[in-house]
Write a protein that binds this ligand. Sequence first.
Ligand code: ADP
Ligand code: MG
Length: 703
Amino acid sequence: MSEVLKVEEIFASKVFTLSKMRERLPKNVYKEVKKVMDQGGELPPEAADVVAKAMKDWAVENGATHYTHWFQPLTGITAEKHDAFVTHPDADGRMLMEFSGRELIKGEPDASSFPSGGLRATFEARGYTVWDITSPAFLKEDATGVILCIPTAFCSYTGEALDKKIPLMRSMEAISEQALRIVRLFGNTEASKVVPSVGAEQEYFLVDREKYLQREDLIFAGRTLFGAPAPKGQELEDHYFGTIRERIGSYMKDLNIELWKLGVTAKTQHNEVAPAQHELAPIYETANIAVDHNQLVMETMKKVAGRHGLTCLLHEKPFAGVNGSGKHNNWSLCTDNGVNLLDPGDTPNANIQFLLVLACIMKAVDTHADLLRQSAGDVGNDHRLGANEAPPAIISIFLGEQLEDVVKQLIETGEAAHLIEGGKLETGVSTLPDFEKDATDRNRTSPFAFTGNKFEFRMVGSADSIAIPNTTLNAIVAEAFCEAANILEEAEDFELAVHDLIKEYMTKHQRIVFNGNGYSDEWVAEAKRRGLPNIMSMVEAASTLTTDKAVKLFEKFGIFTRVELESHEEIIYETYAKTINIEALTMIDMASKKYIPAVIKYTKSLADTVIAVKGAGADASVQAQLLSEVSAKLGAAKEALVKLKAVTAQASSMENARESAFFYRDTVKDAMDALRSPIDELEMIVDKEIWPVPTYGELTFEV
Ligand code: ADP
Ligand code: MG
């Protein structure tokens, strides 16, 4: 029998949890920490010193030698710089490991190499990391040793956010404040804050590391830039939820253990639709911790893969022709006295509150569909959105049959008098059905679906941080709550006013509700008729950040300033241009040094064969025909290569970030496709023995 895994013991063993703080801190300091965590504010310097010492002692007892301020710059991934606890030796030459409150609270990494979209240049070259007391410190263990990681926010000297965490936390404050106004209207006096909860389902691919290392495209771009389809893809639907192979199973087990130690509640695992594709979902938690944990999930997935001779691909589209990967961002709002605002509830009062919240979300999503779509913009995601495997690039809301019917009745008559399942409601909006148990189709084609007691935002890319999607969701819903509260707080007859407002919002924004097939062409046409935006690419979506509407929204709640938004837009263009440039250069390299030389060799051997066969007096027409076919494609590849080189050089010399990004998208990408196509065709006809890289079949089926 194998060793028994004591999950309860290992869970959070590498996390400086609240309970460890309670054990190790003097009561008054612990209380202060708890208060700042719950209510915000700053920890006094003396208390910070005590916490720092306790944290360091715990870390050192567990083998830590260094600490780091772990932060999330605008690259979308995390960054860290390690400092040893080592201090100057005393007169006797002894060294005591130390860590002060000041070091805990604030760091000053040399940050000039992180993307800032011009922000730091305008103000001040330095960047600061500041301790996020709400996200627990943890230990990271790898070849470097054991490192104490302190989650931090990253900002400029003048306070501009240089990361994705500060805006997220600002948005959490905004939604809390506005949602509280809503629940107060319904008589909830106990709640003191409202917290967005997030559960992110993470999709990923695993490939054999040896094979991965033979493909520059996977190494440099994280996706295949060439490759003919394997004879088998996902058409038999035999991979999804299929039996997990031994090697993958042992990876998943190891991954779970590592994540549990880090306090991540890894819960669900299964095979996904495409061959070699899998998914992991943790249990939902407070948004900013969910964001941190999702980063840890991604990092750990990659790290653990190495131990199993595997490589984890988080790219949204590693292989053409089969499904890519996304991240379903499940989102709900909970009061600190346990009420989920997205739960229809079982009293008429709760139902009306739910319907108001729903009406506000409809309004928010309709008003800011462009921003929500942009929040899921990611270079890799451009291959998915609208590509009939992921949600379309058009934002719409799926409500399910029952709830949609309730909304329809409210719009038509101002009352929901009956339920679709035959039940009859007594008065106005009486109790609503239990949507959680609603068996209606969970419409997988919708980008924003109501699933019982939460919304599932399904557009997010697999490699992307979930910080911006959640910041955006919080912000747009906070705005709608604020406007509703402004009206309702002044109303003379609350019941009547809330009734009218629900009807008004639902009527005005019903165009955003769509329960049909989001993958169909009819929907694209219908959405256009409804006036819904269909923003096809990340570069087009970028400018939605700086419209007057967006600036007004984000500045109103102090989430982003106009300057920060402008810098984000700039970074999007830069990131896009740099990423496509890397892809183009990788293709040029692979075509010049691998594919074309291999095919030339093949044509030589074919030519030799033709001569030999003819010399022997036999018919060499088949060989000759193949030779001319291969030669023709080789010629096409060479021509496309020359073209790709020229346009890539042109693109990379462009000064203006926006112009350059659009040129990459409109011109360089076409040239990339033009090179890929003859090479993929060659892969199908030349001798397998000479093909210089592992094929799709080998990469995705032989794991
Ligand atoms: P699926 O969408 O695959 O059917 P589930 O709906 O069970 O799976 O859960 C998917 C994710 O949603 C999980 O991370 C889960 O913890 C999270 N989740 C469940 N309830 C909520 C909620 N009220 N708020 C936010 N996330 C939630
Ligand atoms: Mg889901």
